[in-house]
Design a protein around this ligand. Structure first.
Ligand code: DP6
Length: 343
């Protein structure tokens, strides 16, 4: 087969965090999580498939047009994991070229968007499922998960739930599902401005961080807490209780970092400017009562979440009170809720 398939896939930001993997499985989450897609922070990935020329399949990977052999072991591992569900991979060579629409070295993880786009292109290349159908998206999510857990949530435009939970019918540890309930208008159109506090490489990767949960003294209570928070956030998204939403999202971010700080060995990814930004957000919210809050992923950058109806005010707040804490004044703004696109 000779095919060239391109997908653009959004990154995502978790509201309830995936932190810790189940023992005895491959990339199964210890608790269920939910995220918003980040419409304007995307990876665009072209997968070219051709019949294999040597005894074993060959891979070439380019990032922003530049060959990146250092990424190939991770991608080969991903391809090996998904070959049982995409057996054609044993018969083809792959040339994969990926581009992010946000600057490199911004300290923003691109693996969720990148594996999401790659998985969608590979599932389409197999040609077994109707493009964009529920079964197609589920299989793409299943495959993306085997590249990076959070990537499983990047194949949907709706809020995505990954991990088996009694709070949502049809949920699974093996793939994410879209949250299809009607979202209240006060929570259906939020934006994310990512304050780049530290553009450098993280001292401890997410994968290493997850592994530290297996011996963590507080792991079980964290997983219980995540389950309760997920259950509540699913209801809050429908009722539009914004104050409760804010409390849950900020608590999730701080619990994630509290788990890092109480791992053995302990570590800290927040930086002084991370804390300053959080305090500015709390002050501003007290002063204005506007719907704005923060979340964090596994790094120092701060995601400022806010209702898009107040974009002008919040843009002004960012410019006057947050930009000085950003490395080189850099921040990236995105709408939420965008879908992947086939190009
Ligand atoms: C803090 O998905 O990057 O962003 O599955 O090992 O690739 P791997 O980890 P990854 O972990 C993301 C963790 C998080 C929270 C989240 O996105 O839910």
């Amino acid at each position: 087969m000779n095919k060239s398939i391109t997908y653009s896939c959004p990154s995502n930001i978790a509201l309830v965090k995936y932190w810790g993997k189940k023992e005895g499985g491959v990339q199964l989450p210890a608790n269920a999580s939910i995220s918003w897609s980040l419409s304007d922070l995307r990876a665009t990935t072209t997968v070219q498939v051709s019949p294999k020329k040597a005894a074993s399949p060959q891979l070439a990977f380019l990032l922003d047009g530049i060959p990146k052999p250092s990424f190939e072991p991770k991608i080969n591992n991903f391809l090996k994991r998904i070959e049982p569900v995409l057996p054609f991979l044993g018969e083809v060579d792959l040339h994969i070229s990926s581009m992010n629409n946000f600057p490199h070295g911004a300290g923003i993880a691109s693996s969720a968007a990148g594996f999401g786009a790659m998985a969608m292109a590979l599932v389409e290349a197999e040609g077994q499922l109707e493009i964009g159908s529920a079964a197609f998206l589920q299989k793409a999510s299943f495959c993306a998960r085997l590249g990076s857990g959070s990537a499983s949530r990047s194949v949907y435009g709706e809020p995505a739930i990954w991990g088996l939970t009694q709070s949502y019918n049809g949920s699974s540890d093996e793939y994410a599902v879209p949250f299809t309930a009607d979202i209240h208008s006060d929570l259906s159109n939020w934006m994310d401005a990512v304050m780049i506090v530290d553009a450098g490489e993280k001292s401890v990767s997410s994968t290493e961080g997850h592994a530290l949960l297996s011996e963590h003294a507080y792991a079980e209570s964290r997983f219980d807490q995540a389950q309760k928070n997920l259950n509540e956030i699913l209801s809050v998204l429908q009722t539009g209780e914004v104050e409760r939403f804010i409390a849950l999202v900020e608590s999730e971010a701080l619990q994630l970092h509290a788990m890092m700080m109480s791992s053995i060995p302990y570590y800290m990814l927040m930086r002084p400017h991370t804390i300053s930004i959080i305090q500015e957000i709390w002050n501003y919210r007290r002063e204005t009562s506007l719907p704005i809050c923060f979340t964090l992923d596994a790094g120092a950058n701060v995601h400022v979440l806010f209702d898009a109806r107040y974009q002008e005010d919040i843009q002004n707040f960012i410019n006057t009170r947050l930009l000085s804490y950003c490395q080189n004044g850099l921040y990236l703004c995105s709408a939420t809720g965008g879908k992947p696109e086939k190009l």
